[in-house]
Write a protein that binds this ligand. Structure first.
Ligand SMILES: Nc1ncnc2c1ncn2[C@@H]1O[C@H](COP(=O)(O)OP(=O)(O)O)[C@@H](O)[C@H]1O
Ligand SMILES: [Mg+2]
Length: 248
């Protein structure tokens, strides 16, 4: 697979429910506000919910392009200035079983459209299934979302271990989400950084720390990014700092 030219960030975590979708839609919104043409690909091909997080009405999904040959332009959904979403289906079996041929078709279709964008964010599925590994490999950059929860750390570690050993990925950018304090975020990064260094010879970069914030939950209920719903909340400030670091 030839790495395409825009920056492609795959946001994954191993464990589910740690904030991947929340990060994808809010970072995407922040980048779009900066004038960067941003595409969010819903990489959770079986239980996609980027559309739900953004309150979108979806007519077509990525699956229809792969399986029925629907024009990708009919699937791409403009959300706001500079922000487009490629929606996935929800409640259908994971597309892990797609043939080699369909996989090649998906790659070539995506590689045709991503050149229209400055930044591509992939909101990947939980776990370490085929689609997670496939999107992670295809991306040029790998963002791993973790929380201080020990199960999140072990799952995040397991994912980075596979990506480094099987796909030669060595550069990981960590977002520590749902922390009680900045210190808890730094300690969490240090803890996972230590084992990554010791056992895998990896030195992850800290991309950002996001506080546990009631405004995040409130915005999700309203199906709006908290960046728009409560732009001054602490989580929104954290997202803007991350967007600063991702701005090319
Ligand atoms: N920083 C945060 N503060 C408070 N709640 C959060 C935060 N990040 C995530 N959550 C909660 O966690 C839930 C799962 O987040 P989500 O982004 O859907 O995770 P994932 O995509 O990794 O499965 C959200 O619905 C929200 O209630
Ligand atoms: Mg999600």
């Amino acid at each position: 697979m030839t790495p395409p030219s825009p920056h492609i960030y795959c946001i994954s975590s191993g464990k589910g429910g740690v904030g991947k979708t929340t990060c994808a839609v809010n970072i995407g919104t922040a980048l779009a506000q900066r004038g960067l043409k941003t595409l969010i690909i819903d990489g959770d091909l079986g239980l996609g919910n980027v559309d739900v997080a953004l309150g979108l009405q979806v007519s077509h999904t990525i699956r229809e392009t792969v399986e029925l040959g629907l024009d990708i332009d009919d699937v791409l959904l403009p959300v706001m200035d500079n922000l487009t979403v490629l929606p996935a289906s929800s409640g259908v079996p994971e597309m892990a079983g797609i043939s080699q041929e369909e996989q090649l078709f998906l790659t070539s279709t995506l590689e045709e459209i991503i050149h229209r964008f400055d930044i591509v964010l992939i909101d990947s599925a939980a776990g370490i299934g085929d689609s997670v590994l496939w999107f992670s490999e295809w991306a040029t950059n790998n963002i791993i979302v973790i929380t201080p929860d020990p199960t999140s750390l072990t799952d995040g570690y397991a994912l980075m271990k596979i990506l480094s050993s099987r796909y030669g990925k060595k550069k990981f950018q960590l977002i520590v989400n749902n922390v009680k304090s900045q210190k808890e975020g730094i300690d969490t990064k240090k803890a996972i950084g230590k084992v990554l260094e010791q056992f895998l010879d990896l030195t992850p970069e800290l991309l950002g720390i996001l506080p546990k914030d009631a405004q995040v939950v409130k915005a999700i209920r309203k199906q709006t990014p908290f960046l728009l719903n409560s732009p001054d909340c602490r989580a929104a400030k954290g997202i803007r700092r991350i967007a600063d670091r991702l701005t090319p």
